[in-house]
Design a protein around this ligand. Structure first.
Ligand code: PMV
Length: 326
């Protein structure tokens, strides 16, 4: 009968890179020109929740993002869907009388309902959480038996940074050497219990959609930046510093610079680094505090200098701990 519907829900947090991925050696497969390392946040403040459903009554694949229907026609979605579908396995629920064979999955359509509990495409790595959740939830629905490493290589083809969101804690994305991307996968360096009082504060300078997509930004910097050649060399220290230089120049705003100034002034007054800052493809400052006490003091300071007031451009603060998939 056409009356059944099978569904599953997954939740995936976003991640913040401390050594950034910036620049692709293959734009289709999304293969990077350097390794990157990130921290996965707890899902409470910055995560995607995705419900996927399958039913013989669905006549085509459809997706809703934050309650609005969006097109699944882009290569990124199609690639992930194809990769997951091709690995689908038999499923049977005797009680409900549902039986889906490997072959059936090829003709069954899915409905995907995704929701971000934070601003989408504002440089808060929404695509990281989004594509990780897209791949993870579909894999679960279709009874895919691949390990997280393999799933990370699929999520990578949706959005590069998404491959790192499949693990909690501290995660490395190996750039890999193969042309087919099979070794360009994420690995967990340390789980979420490691450095468990690390606190990440995100100062939302603007929740508007970013003007430059990371793909365009990467393409332009790879073509025009002299620094990018140095990034491609395996010099980690240089890698993270150079990144800050060019990203901030392109994407930051006055408020972003003021927040940097505030953190730097405080660090030098303390005599040792208490907090670090980083930016992704947008003006929102990501502040990393070494422990909860430092985080509380930092927040007090930020609220003093940048009170949440209509005159300031600062939308809000989001605080996250590291965490894992739920
Ligand atoms: O995954 P994308 O295409 O959204 O690229 C994101 C790149 C940065 O967030 C700026 C850096 C990173 O490593 O996450």
């Amino acid at each position: 009968s056409k009356r059944w519907i099978l569904m599953t829900t997954a939740q995936t947090p976003t991640n913040i890179a401390v050594i950034k991925y910036w620049g692709k050696r293959d734009e289709n497969l999304i293969l990077p020109i350097n390794d990157s390392i990130s921290v996965t946040l707890d899902p409470e403040h910055l995560c995607t929740t995705t419900t996927v459903a399958v039913s013989p009554s669905f006549d085509r694949d459809r997706m809703w993002l934050n309650k609005k229907e969006i097109s699944l026609s882009s290569d990124r979605y199609q690639r992930c869907l194809r990769e997951i579908r091709s690995r689908a396995n038999d499923f049977e629920d005797e009680k409900k009388g549902i039986k889906i064979t490997k072959k059936d999955w090829e003709n069954l359509h899915v409905h995907i309902d995704s929701y971000n509990n934070f601003p989408t495409a504002a440089g808060l790595a929404s695509s990281a959480a989004g594509f990780a959740c897209f791949v993870f939830s579909l894999a679960r629905l279709m009874n895919v038996k691949e390990d997280l490493g393999k799933l990370s290589a699929i999520a990578r083809q949706g959005s590069g940074s998404a491959c790192r969101s499949l693990y909690g804690g501290f995660v490395k994305w190996n750039m890999g050497k193969n042309d087919d991307g099979s070794d360009s996968v994420a690995v967990q360096l340390a789980d979420e219990k490691h450095w468990d009082d690390l606190v990440i504060i995100i100062a939302v300078v603007s929740s508007r959609q970013k003007e430059t997509s990371s793909t365009t930004g990467m393409r332009e910097t790879v073509e025009t930046s002299k620094l990018i050649q140095h990034r491609a060399k395996d010099n980690r220290r240089l890698v993270s510093e150079l990144h800050l230089i060019f990203l901030i120049l392109i994407l930051a705003r006055v408020q972003s610079f003021r927040i940097i100034g505030c953190v730097e002034k405080w660090n030098s007054a303390e005599g040792s680094p208490q907090a670090a800052y980083t930016f992704d493809a947008g003006p929102n400052a990501v502040l990393i505090a070494r422990n909860r006490k430092v985080a509380a003091l930092l927040l007090q300071r930020l609220l003093f200098h940048f009170p949440p007031h209509p005159d300031t451009d600062l939308d809000s603060y989001v605080i996250g701990d590291k965490s894992i998939l739920k």
